[in-house]
Design a protein around this ligand. Structure first.
Ligand code: XMP
Length: 516
């Protein structure tokens, strides 16, 4: 087994970034919720180091989440970040109080003493940009700890007990707004924890295949294919592991893009010879969606009926015990909180939750610790064609959430055509690979136009193109105006039903990537 740095999650929105930073150093890392971080489970994993994440709670509250005090007797180096620092301090006999001055955003860290956590890039006496997000602060250190750095609102912004290899920082080294944060994490992982930098995606693939084989044994597995990169990679990984014990199911909801279903069927059934069931359920979905305008209701109808159709297909396959899903880490973090209850729920993502519980199938989610770019890397390891791996993400509810208002077959046809032109133009102009996600939206608004001397009164199409690293934050793509003008012309000339095109220049936040 490979060396591992374990991240214990207290519910921070950026915990995943810690895992990402560690893995970028060539060291495997895994995240477990604080509620599952028992000394027994940690003992089994035998991590080379532990990082305690930030979190939204306050250690001054009675029921604040904690880890077992035994964790601090296991002779494992520990780095506490923000809430992680505070809970470690409290557990080891120090004090944490609610601060009069809260620090959110950029702050200056003054380094006062040297320690192994801060290498040459962090000079003693220098001031470094760091990113803070805290209300509470450490006010008294436990025995054995030294102050290493401070900020105006956090006198113990960086602390260390070098003998026990315990370190704490009030700021977030994992975010890009702490420019030297990666070096700090690297010092912890490679110098203090003494991890070798040898974890690669090909090792991840081998380990995942072994794990899937062990778990599944001789049982049957089913996997829903959507045409997206996540489900495609999951399916081919599981296929490598258990061969034709796997059956894939593609449910055509009627809200897929142009040519999508055919492409998936061709790739998996014809190229890879993976058993594949294709069910055209478009009539069912579109009938159920008829007259529905509320975005959440649309998502729920699609999610619910998807389960119904999928369940039926699973029965005809017979006795599948496992369901393989392409859930990614960002899907998990946006849908649950660390204690398993609902966190601020922005949208109901239909591929997460619901399905396994209702179907009583055991879940296999081999990608659930990975980020999108890592999934693409894994896809390359699995020799999936580039045209699949580089596909932009596509949401489970499909075009249904790109037609605000009521969905009709006519509107879907119009949107499919506009979307295909947009994507085709991006590919022809070599822009597709620079954009994280691009698509067209059909607005329920008609405007007046003039075409060939005649008045038109047709729909508005909005184009959306964003850059992002993980879909959690995004910026609109800065097109050259000529490109936008050409794309607009093609859509208006070629798609009957659209006479005006607009471009969405909203970032996320405050917008979301999808319109619904
Ligand atoms: P938002 O709109 O929340 O989207 O900014 C972030 C990313 O998630 C995708 N998305 C979904 N994916 N099921 C999915 O599988 C869903 O219900 C869903 N809703 C949004 C969206 O396309 C973007 O990539």
């Amino acid at each position: 087994m490979h060396q591992i740095v374990l991240i214990i999650d207290f519910g921070s929105q950026v915990t995943q970034l810690i895992a990402r930073r560690v893995r970028e150093l060539g060291v495997y890392s895994e995240i477990i919720p604080c509620t599952k971080a028992t000394p027994e489970s940690i003992g089994k994993m035998a991590p080379k180091g532990i990082i305690l994440s930030g979190g939204p709670a306050s250690v001054t509250e009675n029921n604040a989440p904690k880890v077992s005090p035994k964790l601090f007797d296991m002779n494992i180096p520990i780095l506490g970040i923000c809430y992680g620092q505070q809970t470690m301090v409290q557990e080891l006999g120090g004090k944490v109080d609610i601060s009069d001055i809260r620090e959110f955003g950029r702050a200056k860290l003054k380094l006062e003493t040297s320690c192994r956590l801060f290498s040459d890039q962090w000079k003693i006496g220098s001031e470094q940009d760091v990113w803070m997000s805290h209300g509470d602060k450490v006010t008294e250190l436990p025995k054995g700890f030294l102050v290493v750095g401070s900020s105006p609102a956090a006198p113990f912004a960086a602390i260390a007990d070098e003998n026990r290899m315990f370190y704490g920082v009030q700021f977030h080294p994992e975010v890009i707004h702490t420019p030297k944060g990666t070096e700090m994490i690297s010092n912890f992982v490679t110098d203090i924890c003494e991890c070798d930098s040898n974890w690669t995606m090909s090792r991840f693939k081998e380990d995942a295949i072994k794990q899937i084989r062990e778990e599944v044994g001789s049982e049957k597995v089913i996997c829903g294919l959507s045409g997206g990169v996540d489900s495609s990679v999951t399916a081919s990984l599981v296929f490598e592991a258990v061969g034709d014990q796997l059956t894939c199911v593609i449910v055509d909801t009627g809200t897929m893009r142009s040519g999508e279903v055919e492409e998936v069927v061709q790739l998996f059934r014809d190229n890879y010879n993976i058993p594949l069931v294709h069910r055209d359920a478009s009539k069912l979905f579109l009938d159920k969606l008829s007259g529905v305008t509320d975005p959440e209701e649309k998502r729920k109808i699609i999610g619910y009926n998807f389960i119904e159709v999928f369940e039926k297909e699973a029965k005809t396959i017979g006795n599948a015990k496992y369901l393989a899903q392409g859930t990614l880490y960002p899907d998990v973090i946006e849908s649950i909180s660390f204690h398993g209850g609902p966190s601020a729920s922005i949208k109901s993502h239909h591929n997460v939750g619901g399905l396994p519980e209702k179907m009583k199938l055991k879940l296999i989610e081999p990608l659930k610790e990975l980020f999108k770019d890592e999934v693409r890397q894994l896809g390359r390891e699995l020799d999936l064609p580039a045209s699949f791996i580089e596909r932009h993400p596509f949401p489970g509810p499909g075009l249904a959430i790109r037609i605000p208002g009521e969905i009709t077959r006519e509107k879907l046809d119009i949107l499919r055509k506009a979307d295909a032109i947009f994507i085709n133009e991006l590919k022809n102009r070599d822009l597709y690979q620079h954009i994280w996600q691009a698509f067209a939206v059909l607005l329920p608004v008609s405007t007046v136009g003039v075409m060939g001397d005649a008045r038109t009164y047709e729909c508005v199409c909005a184009l959306r193109a964003v850059t992002s690293t993980d879909g959690m934050t995004a910026d609109f793509y800065h097109f050259k105006m000529d490109d936008l003008a050409d794309i607009t012309n093609r859509i208006i000339n070629e798609v009957e039903g659209i006479n005006r095109v607009v471009y969405d220049t909203t970032s996320k936040p405050p917008g979301t990537i999808e319109w619904e």
